[in-house]
Design a protein. Structure first.
Length: 79
């Protein structure tokens, strides 16, 4: 006993298709959102790495100056 689709209430036959389309739409939106979040995260990581490199360079320069001062003190007579 199968029901003829013409006897079903309007919209009943396409509800499964609508659900499928809706799920695909939500999935696509989530994928787009995830990609956007991933790019934002990558930008944040890149910026953080640049800042860390800058601080590392600054600290290296301070260290290098300290080494030069210590070498000069060691070369002074009477030490």
């Amino acid at each position: 006993m199968t029901a003829d689709k013409s006897q079903l209430p309007a919209g009943s036959g396409s509800s499964e298709h609508e659900k499928e389309g809706s799920i695909l739409s939500v999935t696509e939106e989530a994928e787009t959102s995830n990609k956007t979040t991933a790019f934002e995260l990558a930008d944040t990581i890149e910026q953080t790495l640049k800042e860390l490199k800058q601080k590392l360079d600054e600290n290296y320069q301070k260290f290098d100056k300290s080494v030069v001062i210590l070498e000069q003190k060691l070369k002074e007579p009477g030490q």
